[in-house]
Design a protein around this ligand. Structure first.
Ligand SMILES: [Mg+2]
Length: 299
């Protein structure tokens, strides 16, 4: 079914039929470190209308606490409880699956994942520290790894290297029962406001290829995050609207979990891509940016 353009009528009916708006961040709220125009007015209006706001990001580089600081820096009042990151989801996945505190977690990713794991009480290592490590492929070189690692988490990692790839691969391949968890599989993202960069999916693909195994994905479009969200808030998915800029993560996540979906064209997806015959993911509604909600509701 083809998506509909967000009109004034559609905006009124959408706002009337949902209690909560779930926002992706990158490409919806901001691009890199730049706030997208009209976001403060939009959030203010929705809050005034009594809507619950939740921010759901696949970017695992920061923890919830760090994200709440980023919102503040951009002039937005958002609490940690309103933020769901894939780094937090990874830690909660281990917690809900009763991951043994005796075991360690190896992290291919950045501080966000390490911080959330530590907050949840897990011992972890890797991360930016291992980005400084080099290996020399010399004759008879043997690479040792910690046999007590029971889970490997792979997320976006600007310090990704061959050392980490080997470490992660050895743990997954040789430690019995070692979990292989991906924060998300986004191919790209606006890591800076100037252009698109390779996403966590590229690091996940490298490790997955090496171990010949598929990871457990905890971020969008996996429903794990939603299950967790539903436990945290008393909400019904049919009374939620997922607002995002990516079809294969945000919109699919919304559809997989039974939410209404609104695609904004302020991020990675373009109108020609949305309308291309090869596209199979169709949001309920689409518009240029979240600010249109304010403009249309005032009409
Ligand atoms: Mg996005």
């Amino acid at each position: 079914m083809a998506e509909g353009l967000l009109t004034a009528d559609a905006a009124r009916s959408l706002v009337g039929s949902v209690d909560a708006f779930l926002f992706d961040c990158d490409g919806v709220i901001w691009k890199g470190d730049e706030l997208i125009q009209g976001v403060p007015e939009t959030l203010e209006l929705l809050r005034k209308l009594g809507k619950k706001l939740v921010f759901v990001t696949n970017n695992s580089r920061k923890s919830r606490r760090q994200y709440s600081k980023k919102f503040k820096t951009l002039g937005l009042e958002v609490t940690e409880e309103e933020i769901f990151t894939s780094s937090f989801a990874a830690a909660m996945f281990l917690k809900l699956n009763k991951f043994s505190p005796e075991k360690k977690v190896y992290v291919v990713g950045e501080d966000g994942i390490l911080d959330e794991l530590k907050l949840a009480g897990f011992e972890c290592f890797g991360g930016p520290e291992d980005g400084k490590k080099n290996i020399m492929l010399e004759a008879n070189f043997y690479f040792d790894h910690d046999k007590s690692v029971g889970a490997v988490i792979v997320g976006l990692d600007q310090y990704f290297n061959y050392y980490k790839m080997q470490y992660a691969s050895l743990c997954i391949r040789e430690n019995p029962g070692c979990l292989f968890i991906a924060t998300n599989r986004d191919p790209t993202g606006h890591m800076t406001s100037a252009q698109e960069w390779p996403g966590a999916g590229t690091m996940v693909a490298a490790v997955s290829c090496s171990v010949q195994k598929e990871p457990i994905v905890v971020g969008k479009p996996s429903s794990f995050l939603m299950d967790f969200l539903l436990k945290s808030f008393n909400l019904e998915t049919s009374r939620m609207c997922m607002v995002g800029d990516r079809l294969d993560t945000d919109i699919l996540f919304g559809q997989n979990t039974g939410c209404k979906t609104l695609l904004v064209l302020s991020g990675v997806t373009t109108l020609p891509e949305l309308q291309d015959a090869s596209n199979t993911i169709h949001p309920d509604l689409y518009t240029n940016s979240v600010y249109d909600l304010v403009k249309l509701l005032q009409q």
